[in-house]
Design a protein around this ligand. Sequence first.
Ligand SMILES: *Cc1c(COP(=O)(O)O)cnc(C)c1O
Length: 369
Amino acid sequence: MSSSYVCDLAPAHIRAIAPYQPGKPIAELARELGLAELSIVKLASNENPLGPSPRGLGAAQEALQDAARYPDGSGHELKTALVRQFGVRAEQIVLGSGSNDVLDLAARAFLAPGRSAVYAQHAFAVYALATQAMGAVGIEAPARNYGHDLAAMRAAVREDTRIVFIANPNNPTGTLLSNADLEAFLREMPASVLVVLDEAYTEYLAEESRSRAVEWLARFPNLIVTRTFSKAYGLAGLRVGYALAHAAVADLMNRVRLPFNVTSPALAAAAAALGDTDFLARSYALNAAGRRQLTDGFGQLGLEYLPSYGNFVAVKVGDGMTVFHRLLRKGVIVRPVNNYGMPEYLRVSVGLANENQRFLEALAEALRP
Ligand SMILES: *Cc1c(COP(=O)(O)O)cnc(C)c1O
């Protein structure tokens, strides 16, 4: 029996999936270049340059003592913290191994062959992945100025559409939709379509653009809001995210959730990090300053960039792949976004001031003919 025969056993919709391209790990580049890991700057995965929330880290370390036991499968402690923070009921919460897991749970609960999901051009890659894995049809609505075009998304919705995925802010473009536009979109969406509002970067928004999505849950039973501890809370490696939704929707998503999908250190860390307001404020301030440092630098280099509401910026560099490889040789890892239909751009995460500086200097050299 040949190995190609075994591969043919997977359904066609699985074989058609293009693998997710993660940021290059520091250890891998260090091995390739024969460099010390410490000399490498990674600004490729929108991670928190401050490291993990100290309160989260402490709680995770303590939880490790109990590693022989299964985690609390209901996530009671974390749900209690979320209930306190958001004024929702525990029945409205779905916990996931990162919010990617929660996005996938939404797809598993509501998509199937013969159904479709709508998402925007240049939107986060996981929406297409989760849709395809269910054998459902993915419909990509054209973007406008690299941002979600809600009118185009509304027009793309078909009879068989069950999910519309929206990233706000979006990764990799950093674009933001206003509360007013989103609320109008929800009002006109048929009740048969779930709107998954992915707010992975919401903690980085300034006061005046803060999301009001949680307030809308009471009015729109077809709304699913997803958030994560991977970005502003600095817990990407522990993998915790959550969805807030109508209790009946959360119930369906929880039925397809595997038992113990979130580890005990992750649950404990997330519950503690949620109250780490000092850390959140520091992350916010560092990000705002670092984003300005990057965009000022791009201005000085005469480069166009997409104004960003996240902890990253997409910058137009010409041939993105070539510049990406030149930066790698200088020990700087960023993210090429040709797989997002943006071959002229690179996405760079906001780092510490010295990391941003290293990147800008390396970029200036990489762009020299
Ligand atoms: C980083 C990111 C996530 C979060 O992923 P986790 O699985 O929570 O680590 C979700 N959505 C978008 C758009 C992201 O960029």
